[in-house]
Design a binder for this molecule. Structure first.
Ligand SMILES: NC(=O)C1=CN([C@@H]2O[C@H](COP(=O)(O)OP(=O)(O)OC[C@H]3O[C@@H](n4cnc5c(N)ncnc54)[C@H](O)[C@@H]3O)[C@@H](O)[C@H]2O)C=CC1
Ligand SMILES: CC(=O)C(=O)O
Ligand SMILES: [Mg+2]
Length: 371
């Protein structure tokens, strides 16, 4: 199969969708891997390393897209990328469509088959292609939050661990999944006082057991969120209802209850964000202030640590990419219902229920296309 690896064009996105190690595996399966020249540089992978792995280099972007049967990307396609996509091609990348009606409609119009990393599932009920980047983003959320608390960023001037004789900061993490656990773990490591809110009791049990009570576990209710808003210096938004737009858990009105200069880090921004006042930002200008509260809402946080993220992403995606390339999308998805959960759009139809519901579009179940 002809596989294309374009250079990412989203603001400060330095990841690439395949490492040279991944390219070597695909080439050994008899596939042709074509990399846009320079696509790996941001992640520290020179063109020559890809060539040594058996990949071809292409400088003509139009030709790269035109010749491809399978296009591997990291971030959702930007407008100029959607325009290059054609019927019959398969796109495998993060899509986050429930937060993006215009992208959903544009992908439908392209006629292509679009498989989202973030909705592929596993037998344990997890999201194996979201998890590696959630791990990265969760860990970064506390770095970003600590920085945002500094006065120069508009923050309250609180140091997360405090110092002897001065209390540490209070951190609340709403959503105790992969992002949430990693954020809470980093905050604990820095000496903050940490609570995690989740609606899943089994998840809170796991965290309580794993961290032996060192982080407070809280059942997520409106009361518990009100309390966190009043008490905490830093709140990380890390909720997810797979494939759906994030619920708005902190309203603009509630910001008045927060201490001035407190910080909201909305990691769930790629699914629309879980705070009413969140809007997606970029690494160029990552935070802004509403009613005295600093908001950090970067939708591609892992792009800033592209080396680590690229390796972690390829480790997770490679078995799925090999299945797509070896068998074609229809057979690969028919053989694995968890992989089939990744299909979001095919030939003009929406094949992911939460996305169809978000925009009042007709839903076509993937299994109807796979018989
Ligand atoms: N901004 C960025 O760069 C990145 C964003 N993300 C996003 O972070 C979000 C979280 O991802 P994961 O941790 O992997 O998901 P996950 O599925 O592992 O965890 C989500 C958790 O939220 C909980 N939850 C749902 N509704 C809740 C509520 N009302 N209150 C409290 N908890 C609630 C669930 O029970 C679950 O434990 C996703 O939107 C994901 O796309 C992930 C990676 C990078
Ligand atoms: C998950 C996601 O949106 C990212 O890694 O950028
Ligand atoms: Mg086209």
């Amino acid at each position: 199969m002809q596989i294309a690896v374009p250079k990412e064009i989203k603001n400060h996105e330095y990841r690439v969708s395949l490492t040279p190690t991944g390219a070597r595996e695909l080439v050994s399966h008899g596939h042709v891997v074509t990399l846009q020249a320079g696509a790996g540089e941001g992640a520290g992978f020179a063109d020559a390393t890809f060539e040594a792995a058996g990949a071809r280099l292409e400088t003509d972007v139009a030709r790269l897209w035109d010749d491809a049967e399978l296009i591997l990307k990291v971030k959702e396609p930007q407008a100029e990328e959607v325009a290059r996509l054609n019927a019959g091609q398969t796109l495998f990348t993060y899509l986050h469509l429930a937060a993006e009606e215009s992208l959903t409609r544009a992908l439908m119009e392209s006629g292509a088959t679009c498989i989202a990393y973030e909705t592929v599932t596993d037998r344990q009920g997890g999201l194996p292609l979201l998890a590696p980047m959630s791990t990265v983003a969760g860990r970064m959320a506390i770095q970003a939050g600590a920085h945002s608390l500094e006065k120069a960023q508009g923050g309250s001037g609180v140091l997360l661990p405090g110092v002897p004789g001065v209390a540490p900061a209070r951190v609340a993490v709403i959503g105790g999944g992969v992002v949430g656990e990693n954020a809470a773990r980093m905050a604990l490591g820095l000496g903050a006082e940490v609570r995690v809110l989740d609606t899943s009791i089994p998840r809170l049990e796991t965290l309580d057991d794993r961290y032996q009570g060192r982080m407070k576990t809280v059942f997520s209710t409106a009361d518990a969120i009100d309390e966190a808003v009043r008490e905490c210096d830093l709140i990380v938004g890390a909720v997810l209802i797979p494939g759906a737009a994030a619920p708005k858990l902190i309203t603009r009105e509630m910001l008045a209850e927060m201490k001035p200069g407190s910080v909201l880090v909305d990691v769930a921004i790629d699914q629309g964000g879980c705070f009413e006042t969140s809007r997606a930002t970029t690494h160029t200008d990552p935070s802004y202030i509403v009613d005295g509260i600093v908001h950090y809402c970067v939708a591609n946080m892992p792009g800033a640590v592209a080396r680590t993220s690229t390796q972690a992403l390829t480790n997770a995606t490679l078995p799925f990419v090999i299945a797509l390339a070896d068998k074609g999308w229809q057979q690969a998805l028919a053989d694995d219902t968890h992989f089939a959960a990744g299909l979001n759009v095919h030939a003009g139809q929406v094949t992911y229920q939460a996305v169809a519901e978000a925009f009042g579009l007709e839903y076509v179940a993937p299994d109807k296309l796979l018989d």
